[in-house]
Design a binder for this molecule. Sequence first.
Ligand code: ADP
Ligand code: MG
Length: 194
Amino acid sequence: MFLERSINQADNIGWIEVICGSMFSGKTEELIRRVKRAKLAKQKVKIFKPKQDTRYSKKKVTSHDNNSIKSKPVNSPEKILELSEKFDIIGIDEAQFFDDSIIYVCNKLANAGKRVIVAGLDMDYRGNPFGPMPNLLAIAEYITKVHAVCTRSGKMASYTHRTVKNEDLVLLGDTRRYEALSRREFIKVKRKKK
Ligand code: ADP
Ligand code: MG
């Protein structure tokens, strides 16, 4: 009886998957792909995003390729906890915009048996680790780093370069404000700007 119960409890444990990379690397596409597959298997899925990400749509998670899926914009990670109870899979996009309580929330969800899929920018436009992402990567069971194509060299890009003059850490935008660059090209533009 005791053994049976502990096996059942073990079955109820979830896990955390993180999808990270630069802008245009396909994080949102990958999140949407995983979620659509889970839905085919009749899993109950809910996607959240920070309220401040209004780039394409208020109520959808949208990739730069215009793939989209319904999502719930929330002000804080605690709200995700509140709204997740009846779902098997929790997707979170643009996780870099949340505060550090997202780490506690993801652990809590996984401990409660949910599969948590988190997508977010690993670095900001200066090339520094972004918000809670380093800690999310530390607590995740599975990590996928995706890459964009460097718009200057055609090589693999893992940096996001801001092409407009603005020093706010958060500046929403697309290809009119950002470009994906390889390490080499990123260093080159940074040197020129000095
Ligand atoms: P992310 O969520 O990582 O910003 P998305 O999933 O929204 O990325 O978008 C990925 C899509 O962006 C690609 O499939 C492609 O159509 C488009 N794209 C635009 N610029 C680039 C680039 N430099 N490298 C790769 N994909 C790009
Ligand atoms: Mg995205």
